[in-house]
Ligand binder design. Structure first.
Ligand SMILES: [Zn+2]
Length: 434
């Protein structure tokens, strides 16, 4: 029997009329608020402090009566303070990196894992992954959510999963060729580093590999970098968005229409708020993404503030999905730099650098504290071709001009030889203290 090509992984939910979606969300919101209130003393105390009871939630807007949950709050509840099931119901856990202080621990019941697999399958299917694909999973395995989440979804679709993990790049590339990988899961910066190593090995990523799809995430990356990845590898790059605190990857996804990311809104309620005041913002206004999980059993979060900045997008998506959309991630509130009074995000600097012919995607932003003022020094490498032809001459000046043209701020730029700046196998560290 020939199977008809399905357009959607879960057609009913992905094309649900907005009113029906909102009804479903409200029903689930009421349930989850009651659930955390009854099952977890910390949640109960937080709600009581905000003078709100489960019975006060009668429409979706009532969500705004509930207190926010921040990353710092989560650290205070380390490791299991917000767990809503007996510990023996937890079958899996992940943890965020925790560069400052304690990590955030994400716990999963058996049903949470099943839901996660379904959500990831939805994201990967929308991006074009099918049975028959060979999915080379180069996200870091271990406590990070990225590799495991992608594995669950790819396996459910029936693709062949290569559980490679990050690092050992030459061997990765060898196995990608040997096993005929057609899809790649990795961070955007590692994807480009892999291409760089392939070229050093005398290989052409487009010609000598069969990668047609990249499911890339865990970093805020510019449109220019996305384009460069697509061109270098000959792949379609699909942005994957998620966080350990919410579930891992699988929160929202790129359908390929290039008009934002769809939120899996039957499981996650999305808001955009003013990062300073916490006031909800309407579609079109840039603010901080806030998520409430509607179905998680072990570790539900209510109004979790992600610090990721985006814009809600209204209107219909050409892909036919009715799931609400937000823009690509514009930056993290934490990464915001104030340079001579001008607010600058690393992603904008990346955009400017990528706009200069002969500049590579390898760059570093050095933060220089001069008394109360922050100044920047941007280090940038030329592409190997440009370096062979012209060396470093003129590159720093060109990049400085482009940054000034785009951001209106003059920063010092230093050009360095190819290979001088650190490469990343996971999340790139673009900003360093000087
Ligand atoms: Zn779409």
């Amino acid at each position: 029997m020939v199977e008809m090509e399905r357009e959607f992984w879960d057609e009913e939910i992905e094309t649900l009329p907005p009113k029906e979606l909102q009804d479903l969300q409200l029903e689930r919101l009421k349930e989850i608020v009651r659930y955390v209130y009854e099952r977890n003393p910390a949640y109960r105390e937080r709600f009581q402090a905000a003078k709100v009871k489960p019975s006060d939630i009668n429409k979706l807007e009532d969500l705004q009566k509930l207190p926010f949950l921040t990353k710092d709050d989560l650290r205070n509840y380390y490791p299991f303070g917000l767990l809503c099931v007996p510990r023996e119901e937890v079958v899996y856990l992940h943890a965020s990196s925790g560069t400052t202080g304690k990590p955030v621990v994400g716990t999963y019941t058996k049903r949470d894992l099943e839901n996660w697999a379904q959500l990831m399958a939805r994201c990967l299917w929308a991006g074009g992954l099918r049975k028959g694909d060979v999915f080379h999973n180069a996200y870091g395995y271990g406590l990070f959510t990225g590799a495991h989440g992608h594995e669950l979804g790819a396996e459910l679709i029936g693709a062949t999963v290569i559980p490679m993990g990050a690092g050992n790049t030459k061997r990765q590339l060898q196995l990608m060729r040997d096993f005929g990988a057609t899809a790649l899961g990795a961070t955007p910066s590692y994807t480009l580093y892999m291409a760089e190593v392939a070229q050093e090995m005398g290989l052409d990523p487009r010609r000598d590999f069969q990668i047609r799809l990249g499911f890339l995430g865990a970093e805020a990356w510019s449109d220019e970098l996305k384009e460069k990845i697509e061109k270098t590898w000959g792949m379609a790059a699909r942005e994957q968005y998620g966080l350990t605190e919410v579930i891992g990857p699988g929160v929202s996804f790129d359908c390929g229409a290039g008009q934002g990311l769809h939120v899996n809104a039957d499981h996650f309620l999305v808001e955009i708020v003013d990062p300073q005041t916490g006031e909800p913002l309407p579609p079109g206004k840039q603010g901080e993404l806030v998520f409430t999980t509607l179905t998680k059993e072990a570790f539900p979060v209510i109004r979790f503030r992600t610090k990721d900045l985006a814009v809600l997008i209204e209107g219909e998506c050409p892909c036919g999905r009715t799931l609400p959309r937000h823009s690509r991630i514009l930056g993290r509130a934490d990464d915001m730099l104030k340079v001579k009074g001008v607010i600058v995000f690393p992603r904008q600097i990346e955009e400017a650098i990528m706009g200069v012919a002969g500049a590579s995607e390898n760059y570093q932003i050095v933060k220089l504290e001069k008394g109360p003022l922050t100044d920047l020094r941007v280090r940038v490498e030329p592409t190997p071709e440009r370096f062979r032809a012209e060396g470093l001459a003129g590159l720093a000046e060109r990049v400085a001009e482009e940054i000034y043209a785009m951001l209106g701020v003059r920063v010092e730029v230093e050009a360095v030889a190819p290979g001088s700046l650190p490469r990343s196998e996971g999340k790139a560290k673009r900003v360093v203290e000087g």
